[in-house]
Design a protein around this ligand. Sequence first.
Ligand code: BGC
Ligand code: BGC
Length: 623
Amino acid sequence: MRTRLAASALLATLILTGCRTPPVASPSPSDTAPSRSGVADVGYLDPSLPTTERVEILLSQMTLEEKFGQMTQLERGSVGSGDVATFTLGSVLNGGGTIGYRGDFDTWSTTVEALQREAVDDTRLGIPILFGVDVVHGFGGMYGATVFPQQIALGAANDPALMTQIGHASAEEAAAAGVRWTFGPVLAVPSDIRWGRTYEAYSQDPARVSALGAAYITGLQGDDLTRPDTILATAKHFIGDGSTVYGTSTQVIQVQYQLDQGDTPADPALLNDVLLPPYRAAVDAGALSVMASYNSWGGEKVHGIRTLLTDTLRDDLGFTGFVVSDWAGLDQINPDDYQDSVERGINAGVDMAMVPFDAGRFQQALAAGVDSGAITIERIDEAVARILTVKFDMGLFENPYADPSLATTVGSAEHRAIARRAVAESQVLLKSDGAVPISGDARTIVVVGNAANDMGIQAGGWTMSWQGGVGDEIPGTTIFEGIADRADPGVQVLDSMPDAGSVDVCVAVAGELPYAEGVGDSSDLSLSALSVVDAFAGRCERTIMVIVSGRPVMITEALDRADVVVAAWLPGTAGEGVADTLFGDLPFTGTLPMNWPRDPSQVPSLPAGDSYLFALGYGITTP
Ligand code: BGC
Ligand code: BGC
């Protein structure tokens, strides 16, 4: 009876308001008082109490609706005026897109702060929200932020101490804008480089992934998460995201996905020997949130598998934080039945749902699940307690707003220097026939190719927008500019081939165009931009080829046409780091984080008796 009434009320509201689902119950007027005055026991606000006690006091005073709120993470674009309070949201995320055109520090800070004020001032209990963003190579969505090399590049650099510095720098720039939570690092161990998220992962070597992921988490979270210059890390995507079988994905967003969100075979050896070690390292490093993965495991969506999300993650690895779903990830458990999806996901161990569009719909489903007994109150309390524990341990109740002194760290010279070093360390010298370092005798240097002077291409996906873009997307130094700035006075650095005459050094910078997630799934790993070397025909004393890509691409035939070949990955804003190694100011020390196939027959795996063009770990080092 109760459900039927609720359903008809719901229908009436839907007719009135379009497709937005209302909250489970509207708070009574006394509930919305802007202070804690109506709250019987404000002991949870006392920072001198242990977290467990604060959680207990708070939880015991929360209505069921307020608990549902903590379990809801709504996307900023769907948060209407008053919604933080109406749905008592526990979290807001900003998806892959930026805020407004080239959302800068001021835009971000103002937006995040306004939402936080609503949570703190306009809700009965004043529980601060956690604002989450994919700060995955620095704050790529904030115009003017330092954009670091993508994870695959950092896998090539393989320098844990550097990872901690990058983590800390990224945390400072995000926290400056009030963003205290990032959805990273990606701890996938990609088996098939046709996957569009290959560049978001560090390496095919689980040991590298473990060491770099843990060091980065240490940088993000620091040794004390109550410090205002730290942010919460997310180990993602648990588990099997990079091990799916080509052609098993059913997702269609812009294109038919092939690998991303597909099916990973339920192979215990794969799980224990390859996929879990990085998560064990992340948990040991203190990671307090884990994101469930879109992929299936043996044909079943991971979001609904309790043995993985709870037994393995908590009982085996000792994880104590909270599990967040991926973007509408619950919905995929049973695409025909949202109610069933929510019940299975929550019971499997998802504590907070990332809800892109409709908070009310999720909360109604939670309510119906509790009503029918499909979801127990104990399970709700457990999820909420985990989320609140992290919020208390981060000091969010004491310091819900950004520390203004952090503003100067955004895009600072100090952070750019870290990024530059990271770029230099991540360059992998694949072939070297004496053309590097570029000698002081070179009087003309030509730097051409689609990625030579293009900030968007060298930054890749998750930059200003989900997919990233070509062109002048963000401020920074392009590879061309880095070379031009570094060349000795009097040296001509040209961005196109002169009409006639010979050139001392020709640099071809060829890149993949930006992509993200399954949109980048591709069986075609050729790099058409390499044809730029055709223009060099017989006119270059020395030819250097720089590959800008998110994964190994097919360069076997091009190898003979260059004296030097460098894998530069997706360096981000500090293009001068490429010049640092080409001119010999810094040595080449990077090594391949992944096997580099000779031809497409070697993807996803090497035929017996065959060998890669360059194997994982390869890289010519220079003094
Ligand atoms: C991705 C996650 C990301 C989330 C929020 C999802 O599509 O799979 O990696 O954190 O969106 O942007
Ligand atoms: C969002 C991303 C999200 C993706 C998944 C995009 O619109 O910006 O954050 O990962 O959708 O569908």
